[in-house]
Design a protein around this ligand. Structure first.
Ligand SMILES: Cc1cc2nc3c(=O)[nH]c(=O)nc-3n(C[C@H](O)[C@H](O)[C@H](O)COP(=O)(O)O)c2cc1C
Length: 172
């Protein structure tokens, strides 16, 4: 046993990908993040581990708000395009062909193609090695439902060998 990145991340279970939407002035930024988790129910808080170099990180710290959208397999290619490194004043929404739609309570936009959009306000951050854990309070959730329940078909990112992206399989 060891602790190399391959031994650590290569054996870590696949993580669901979210798109984080932020604002830099009137530039609509969006990028994928897989290192995230809910950390409190009441109040509803979620945390995302981001490198300090990310525009998303800088925008959240400066503007104070963000939207966490959950993409499905139909937007896999466009999700990947949002991960391409663009200058801060260029919108990945436009670059990737995703549609921004206005939020209810925060400035950053929803991703229209995503069935789940969570509007968040920045709460606090904590340094975590080579990442920062950025915590937001969820102030509004928008879910597209199929009438019977919520539609959830997230994209999972695998850091180990094999397929890089997966989707949920059969119930156990
Ligand atoms: C599937 C996927 C998951 C990612 N997860 C993270 C993550 O959790 N934290 C992080 O700092 N970067 C992550 N990245 C990298 C950023 O999305 C990428 O560097 C992006 O260009 C950042 O954009 P921004 O500078 O506009 O924020 C991920 C990339 C992909 C494709």
């Amino acid at each position: 046993m060891g602790t190399s990145p391959v031994q650590f991340l290569g054996t870590y279970p696949p993580m669901p990908v979210v798109l984080v939407s932020t604002l830099y002035g009137d530039v609509k930024n969006v990028a994928p993040y897989a290192w995230h988790m809910p950390i409190s129910i009441d109040p509803p808080l979620l945390g995302i581990a981001m490198r300090k170099s990310r525009d998303t990180y800088k925008n959240i710290l400066e503007q104070g708000e963000f939207v966490v959208a959950v993409p499905g397999p139909d937007v896999l290619e466009r999700m990947e395009r949002t991960a391409e490194s663009l200058p801060r004043d260029r919108s990945e929404f436009e670059h990737a062909g995703l549609t921004p739609s206005p939020s209810k309570l925060v400035g950053p936009f929803h991703v229209k193609e995503c069935p789940v959009n969570m509007e968040c306000r920045f709460e606090w951050e904590k340094e975590a090695g080579d990442h920062q854990v950025v915590v937001g309070r969820v102030v509004h959730v928008d879910v597209v439902s199929d009438g019977e329940g919520h539609v959830h078909d997230p994209i999972y990112h695998s850091m180990g060998t094999g397929a890089q992206y997966l989707r949920l399989g059969k119930a156990l």
